[in-house]
Design a protein around this ligand. Structure first.
Ligand code: NAD
Length: 473
């Protein structure tokens, strides 16, 4: 853990074992922090805020640029750790995440430099009014395990560049990556107490961060269940919540099923399906169903589980046994309700927490694969004969993060985009298409989150709009 500029263990002295999910073996021992450590970190962040918030903006952007450089210089080491701790295939997903991380630090600096406020005209001719963005104070940042270097980086540089300080709680199953990233930030010259890393269970460390009056805003990426708990616990603090998804992908009657299948398989099986924008359920027009199912089944051959250090391995393990069990429960529920497994469905004969890439057809709209996020390598496919029927079944799920529509018709693409209640709709590419600066988040009323992340949207969350009114005689 890193609190007030010092590397430290838990005050209680407690530790826990980190497990390599590709082997099911212990590979590191970590401090198990508690509420007292979170309180220490919150106090350190408040102390640091007094000076950090006065550092000129352009000096803070310079720090973010240095952070980007240091992280990029350690890209190989970071990819090794992502491979060991998460089981991400080393030459694909681990490398891709490690390469993406510096972008966030550069982007925070670039966007912050040119952020503008506004001046307003007034009815009263004596008044001069301006509104501008200022720091909020101490931001509590709580992050998930699926992109344990990239997701914290969606928050940390954006918080500090706006003059805030941070208390960060990563998940216990990705804390080695968090400590590694923290080491790079310190190497780049992070001042004492500006970012404080506390490792420990969310229900204690995270809850202390959320409820303690010493934090002034909360940023969470995690499940909808955790989002609900934190919303109930954080009182009136501003919240940015990036929660679960159950991305529908829709293939309309005029689409090319072969092209769609490739994108669908990628969005279902990449990161073993452990992506919030994964394609978790596929609705296909009746006329294309058989062809699409055949194509998606043949795509599963490209997703090969095995030794994650091997260049030919493309499918890593699930993060923990809980995810494996959820995948099995969703499959059992779907088949009990009449669905058929046409590829995969089991676990390969490997150590660790692997699941086979799985294709399921004819799922019932009430089944868990349709109503909840599975977060496993699964492609559930269902045919539809009318748009209204498809919309009804898609809306049976309360999640609304990302969706995709495959069609050759611009008109149908717009019509569908306006019907789908998701924060992002991608046309003719999978739901998982994303770039760091585009506004990302759940639709209002859905259980996929609150607010928007990405570029200037993150900077807006990381700052308060303050209005100053001058009276001039
Ligand atoms: P999770 O909700 O179990 O945990 C997320 C974080 O919350 C962890 O750090 C955890 O320790 C902490 N936490 C848990 N209980 C807490 C509590 N009571 N108080 C404070 N903190 C608490 O999620 P996960 O399993 O780590 O991640 C997977 C989930 O994250 C999926 O639902 C996925 O869709 C979602 N996710 C969303 C996005 C997005 O951008 N919308 C991106 C990635 C992941």
């Amino acid at each position: 853990m890193h609190i007030s500029g010092q590397w430290c263990g838990a005050e209680s002295g407690a530790t826990y074992d980190a497990i390599n999910p590709a082997k099911g073996e212990v590979f590191a021992t970590l401090p198990l922090g508690g509420r007292e450590d979170a309180r220490r970190a919150i106090a350190a962040a408040n102390e640091a805020y007094a000076s950090w918030s006065r550092v000129p903006l352009f000096d803070r952007t310079d720090l973010c640029m240095r952070m980007a450089q240091v992280i990029a210089a350690h890209e190989d080491e970071l990819a090794d750790i992502l491979c060991t701790e998460l089981g991400k295939p080393r030459h694909r997903e681990a490398t891709q995440e490690a390469q993406a991380v510096p972008l966030f630090y550069r982007q925070a600096a670039e966007v912050a430099r040119y952020l503008e406020g506004s001046t307003l005209l007034a009815r009263d001719s004596h008044k001069r009014i301006t509104s501008f963005r200022r720091s909020r104070g101490v931001i509590g940042v709580i992050t998930p395990w699926n992109f344990p270097a990239a997701i914290p980086s969606e928050y940390l540089p954006f918080a500090v560049v706006m003059g805030n300080t941070v208390v960060w709680n990563p998940p216990p199953t990705a804390a080695v990556t968090a400590a590694t990233l923290m080491r790079y930030l310190v190497e780049a010259g992070l001042p004492r107490g500006v970012i404080n890393l506390v490792i420990g269970p969310g229900a204690q460390v995270g809850d202390e961060i959320v409820t303690n009056p010493g934090t002034h805003a909360i940023a969470l990426t995690g499940s909808s269940a955790t989002g609900r708990v934190i919303s109930a616990r954080c009182g009136l603090k501003p919240r940015l919540m990036e929660l679960g998804g159950n991305g529908p992908i829709v293939v309309l009657a005029d689409a090319d099923p072969r092209k769609a299948a490739k994108g669908i398989a990628n969005a279902c099986f990449y990161e073993a399906g452990q992506v919030c924008s994964a394609a978790e359920r596929i609705f296909v027009a009746d006329n294309l169903k058989n062809e699409l199912v055949d194509e998606v089944v043949s795509q599963t051959n490209h997703w090969v589980p095995g030794d994650v250090w091997d260049r030919n391995v493309t499918l890593g393990p699930q993060n923990n046994m809980g995810v494996v069990e959820k995948m099995a429960a969703h499959l059992a529920d779907a088949t009990d309700r009449g669905a058929t497994i046409v590829a995969g469905g089991g676990r390969p004969d490997l150590p660790g927490f692997f699941c086979e890439p799985t294709v399921l057809v004819d799922f019932d709209a009430e089944s868990l694969v349709n109503t909840e996020e599975t977060f496993g390598p699964i492609a559930p496919i269902r045919a539809f004969s009318s748009d209204d029927e498809a919309w009804r079944h898609i809306n049976a799920c309360e999640l609304g993060l990302v969706s995709a529509v495959f069609t050759e018709s611009v008109n149908d693409a717009w019509r569908w985009a306006e019907q789908l209640r998701t924060g992002i709709v991608v046309v003719n590419d999978p739901s998982s298409y994303w770039e760091p600066h585009i506004p990302f988040g759940g639709m209002a009323g859905a259980a996929s989150g609150i607010g928007r992340l990405g570029g200037r949207h993150t900077l807006e969350f990381m700052s308060d709009l303050q209005t100053i009114v001058f009276h001039v005689e």
